[in-house]
Design a protein around this ligand. Structure first.
Ligand code: G3P
Length: 216
């Protein structure tokens, strides 16, 4: 399973890179806006740090605008994946972008049928938003499981990118289902690393070792 970092924050990206845990990065307009400043320079900095796929999202709501923006974003780096919203105009844009050889991530996926449509139109990734589905009691991971089954039934190679991750269980369940990627906020990466029994186990090993050294 690949781990992408769901952030536009450069220090978080650098830190996760140092850990060797970043296979890619996903951003969205909210995440870029949160960092402030010039979004284009921010995106360029991210592209300098990360070799893997970096998702940058269009903000137009019509296919023509999305296609224009997608071509512009694609020109920023060979590892750019263009995020397209799962709306009717987005689907129109997908068809054209596929012809241009521009990689796409269809975002704001909330049902397996939306994921099927995106795959039929050649999306490279689909992003089911599991945390936001859980928040309305709709079982986010259930749709990931259904998308996996549908893609396997028909041999689609569109990658399932679990998005809107809120906790380690989302990553665990995604891995068990066989999702290709989870895009994870930095705080959840830290939660994945830590376990209280690891901390207390290490503390007791080191205390015993120190006592042994002092006795000797
Ligand atoms: O970047 C896409 C997605 O992961 C955002 O999720 O729900 O945390 O805004 P959310």
């Amino acid at each position: 399973m690949q781990f992408f970092l769901d952030t536009a924050n450069l220090s978080q990206i650098r830190e996760a890179e140092e850990l060797g845990l970043v296979d890619g990065v996903t951003t969205n307009p909210t995440l870029l806006a949160r960092e402030g400043g010039d979004w284009r320079s921010q995106a360029r900095e991210i592209l300098k740090i990360v070799d893997g796929p970096v998702s940058l999202e269009v903000v137009s709501e019509d296919a023509e605008g999305m296609i224009r923006e997608a071509r512009d974003l694609h020109a920023m780096g060979k590892n750019v994946v263009v995020k397209i919203p799962m709306i009717r105009e987005g689907l129109k844009a997908l068809k054209v972008l596929r012809g241009d050889g521009i990689r796409t991530n269809v975002t704001l996926i909330f049902s397996p049928m939306q994921a099927l449509l995106a795959a039929k139109l050649g999306a490279d990734y689909v992003s089911p938003f599991v945390g936001r589905l859980d928040a309305i009691s709709r079982g986010g991971m259930e749709i990931v499981s259904q998308i996996r089954e549908i893609y396997d039934n028909y041999g689609f190679d569109t990658k399932i990118l679990v998005a809107s991750v809120r906790n380690p269980m989302h990553v665990l369940e995604g891995a068990l289902i066989g999702a290709d990627v989870a895009t994870i906020p930095f705080a959840v990466i830290e939660e994945l690393i830590r376990h209280p029994l690891t901390d207390s186990g290490l503390a007791s090993f080191l205390a015993d070792w120190k006592a042994f050294q002092e006795d000797g």
